[in-house]
Design a binder for this molecule. Structure first.
Ligand SMILES: [Zn+2]
Length: 380
């Protein structure tokens, strides 16, 4: 993350607690954990001061040389840490007019070296994190800052315990970015699942959680990637029949592109889901999308949006009818692996709305919280 360091009150950095705080922040920079922005005068003061050891003085020199690029970076992030040395105890978050989140952190907070570790990235699942990291990568390429690193620690899958993990990390004076599925089944439906546990909770200054604007992470996988999985002979989770499922998904997305963000990619969509999901929102979103998808083959119950094939005694053991079958529980893991093999420009060609906006939004969060000095800047 960016740490903007100021010394407006002209505190003597040879004295405590200022000295230790400056050493900790510059060490984090040297180790490639955080980016430091300060005035040239400030870096000059460090590099000419023999109280700091040589490694810290060198780090100050390198940081000074990179300031132009780091200032450029400030325009690409939506959050940064601000440390005014004279502020000894107040920690809080403040939204600036330009929509950027300024995380004000006290000098005392960073006096403890454990508080200056890498940022934690916490998601519901490990495969989610893989996909989100790729979005960060995509974002930085798009804003022409591809040399900046993205670095996180404890990239964890919290599952049902995500809120507990988040609280524990932030209580331990660590910074944490957390991404959650909305579990919404309709654009105007209610949030569900894990994200509900975060609602109405006081979120500390060193943490942020984001509920993605989609049912779950699988919704953010481009259809072209799903196609590549079906075609991949080394993967046996997808047989030839999956081509039809994908064709149907494309068909219904053409009817309403927002379907992509709410379709349950793992489980698919049953006939009886239509009315049920539409009741959870305030429009006949699913019914209209299915009606508009003229290429969709529908049996009688799918035309009436009512299926009791499962219950009817004459057809014992019969299953409930589907509008579109799902792609199974391995989809996210397989997709993340596939996407990670792919050069970023190639992914760019696959991303159309509404996915492009979501990738850029999530990518900006990942980049803002995880940005770190490039290796070149640290070793030159
Ligand atoms: Zn049926």
């Amino acid at each position: 993350m960016i740490i903007k360091l100021e010394n407006q009150e002209k505190k003597d950095i040879n004295t405590e607690p200022y000295f230790t705080t400056v050493v900790n922040i510059m060490t984090a920079y040297k180790e490639g954990k955080h980016i430091v922005i300060a005035e040239a005068k400030f870096f000059e003061e460090i590099r000419n001061n023999n109280n700091f050891d040589e490694r810290i003085r060198n780090a100050a020199m390198r940081a000074e040389n990179e300031q132009r690029q780091y200032h450029q970076l400030l325009k690409g992030v939506n959050a940064y840490i601000h440390v005014e040395l004279g502020n000894l105890s107040s920690n809080y978050k403040k939204n600036e007019d330009n929509g950027i989140e300024k995380i004000v952190v006290s000098c005392e907070f960073f006096k403890d070296s454990s508080s200056i570790q890498k940022i934690n990235l916490l998601c519901e699942d490990l495969s989610d994190a893989d996909l989100y990291l790729k979005m960060g990568d995509f974002y930085k390429h798009n804003i022409n800052l591809s040399t900046i690193n993205i670095l996180f620690d404890h990239i964890g899958g919290g599952g049902d315990n995500t809120y507990k993990s988040f609280s524990k990390i932030t209580e331990n004076t660590r910074f944490c970015l957390c991404l959650l599925d909305s579990d919404k089944k309709h654009p105007s439906g209610k949030q569900g699942g894990t994200s509900l546990k975060f609602k109405d909770k006081k979120i500390p200054f060193n943490g942020k959680y984001i509920v993605i604007n989609a049912h779950e992470a699988e919704c953010l996988i481009p259809n072209e990637i799903i196609e590549l999985l079906i075609l991949d002979r080394n993967l046996n989770h997808y047989n030839y029949d999956f081509h039809t499922r994908l064709d149907y998904l494309r068909e219904i997305c053409q009817s309403n592109s927002l379907v992509k963000l709410y379709f349950d990619h793992k489980e698919g969509l049953t006939v009886n889901n239509i009315k049920k999901f539409d009741k959870s929102g305030d429009t006949p979103f699913w019914e209209n999308a299915v009606k508009g998808a003229t290429g969709l083959k529908r049996r009688k119950c799918a035309i009436n949006f009512h299926c009791d094939c499962k219950e009817s005694a004459s057809k014992k053991n019969q299953q409930e009818c589907y509008i579109i079958l799902g792609f199974g529980s391995k989809l996210l893991e397989d997709s993340s692996a596939k996407i990670n093999q792919m050069p970023t420009p190639k992914i760019k060609h696959m991303l159309k709305e509404p996915l492009l906006t979501e990738w850029m939004n999530i990518g900006r969060e990942i980049f803002s919280w995880g940005c770190a000095p490039s290796k070149v800047a640290r070793t030159s």
